[in-house]
Unconditional design. Structure first.
Length: 405
């Protein structure tokens, strides 16, 4: 969660600001988490200095147990329309998992996850930040003594989906950074939506050590597996009645993900029970506002409570997330989310801002091929020799009636 501490900021110098915030939070929380230092990063990815960040991540090393590293990946930035519509919502089209085409040829991830993964693979810290000018892969390659090293990849929300995906990528390209298999590699995602289809989940579950945590009444990890999506409208019943706006948005989510066979990693495990916070419910507010307020609290503060986290910085981060989400509730009730998702959006593909058309548009196949090519830049030489299927038959599309990509 520290990686999201500058979500509400714009301008230049966000990496320096986040670096300072992370260091301050680590110092303030040392009694609870121990002594840590930033070993690489943070990186903060923006379209430009006038925009909110798209992604952020950093690597911390334990000073109590040197050789123990955590790669922390930020979740959805509630101020970034890019995060909502692309990395979270671009699920109508899928890509083959390019690092295991021979062992898991049917494994696929969403186009949004693929774009997010490529952004993280290519991101480098700026001058003055630890690891300036180097990718996270180069950082790992350059660690001289890996004997007994422990690398844990963690992330919350969107970071939950991306952290597990980054872990699988590092597993599949281990030859490039840990050829003697000296590193204990694992992932602890929290509150993450699904990244890919059933074949991808099966392959990932068998390949990496993963411990998943998800609040059973948090909406976000209920996306995009069909059986979980269906539960969303009644998550807070009887405290909050089902609402037509919520039901409509869930129907849209079901429609745009219908062809993807989305399957949560370690399916049906990792859920923990939590109670509705009835103090947040205002009987004078529309049901959609109460629903979103509860959603935002269950997605942020509830995790701090569950894990007994004591951090003023993260309490402030969670409160800001909730305020931003509630401010968007009226537009969601009016179908604003569906209208926004129907528009073309811009995403960095191969480092170039690129318009992403709806999945039903033939141009989306060319975008998918470019994303795959970008991902293959971080593959082993052997993986790069395998032909990547990029024809429409290999790219799962939702029916054209589904609308947005």
């Amino acid at each position: 969660m520290y990686a999201g501490l500058v979500d509400n900021q714009k301008g230049s110098g966000l990496e320096a600001a986040l670096y300072a915030d992370i260091q301050a939070a680590m110092k303030a929380n040392a009694a609870q988490i121990g002594d840590w230092s930033v070993a690489w990063g943070p990186v903060v990815v923006q379209f430009d200095t006038t925009s909110y960040d798209l992604n952020a991540m950093y690597v911390a090393e334990s000073q109590d147990t040197p050789g123990t590293y955590v790669l922390g990946i930020a979740g959805t930035n509630p101020y970034s329309i890019f995060d909502w519509l692309v990395e979270d919502g671009l699920v109508s089209k899928q890509l083959p998992w390019p690092y295991a085409l021979l062992s898991a040829p049917d494994a696929k991830i969403s186009l949004g996850t693929g774009i997010g993964l490529a952004i993280l693979q290519n991101a480098v810290p700026v001058t003055g930040i630890p690891g300036a000018g180097t990718t996270v892969l180069k950082f790992l390659q350059d660690i001289p003594d890996k004997q007994g090293m422990n690398l844990i990849v963690a992330g919350h929300s969107l970071g939950g989906a991306l952290s597990a995906t980054v872990t699988l990528w590092l597993h599949d390209i281990r030859l490039l950074w840990d050829p003697f298999h000296q590193v204990a590699l694992s992932s602890i995602p929290t509150a993450g939506p699904t990244a890919g289809n059933g074949a991808f989940a099966q392959y990932s579950n068998g390949a990496i050590q993963l411990t998943r945590f998800a609040n059973a009444i948090d909406v976000v990890p209920h996306a995009w597996q069909a059986s979980d999506l269906a539960k969303i409208p009644t998550l807070y019943v009887p405290s909050i009645d089902p609402d037509p706006a919520v039901e409509g948005l869930v129907a849209l989510a079901e429609q745009i993900s219908a062809a993807g066979d989305y399957t949560q990693l370690v399916n049906d495990t990792g859920w923990f029970p939590f109670d509705v916070d009835t103090s947040l419910i205002n009987p004078d507010d529309p049901a959609i506002v109460n629903f979103v307020a509860q959603l935002a609290w269950q997605h942020t503060t509830a995790y701090l409570r569950y894990f007994n986290v004591e951090s003023p910085q993260l309490e402030a981060w969670a409160a800001d997330f909730q305020a931003r989400a509630v401010a968007q509730a009226p537009s969601a009730a009016l179908g604003g989310a569906a209208q926004a998702a129907a528009k073309e959006v811009t995403a960095p593909v191969g480092g170039v801002p690129t318009v992403i058309p709806p999945a039903s548009d033939p141009r989306s196949d060319e975008i998918a091929a470019r994303v795959l090519a970008d991902l293959m830049r971080s593959a082993t030489p052997e993986q790069q020799q395998v032909t990547i299927p990029v024809d429409p038959q290999r790219l799962a599309d939702a029916p054209s009636a589904a609308g947005p990509a």
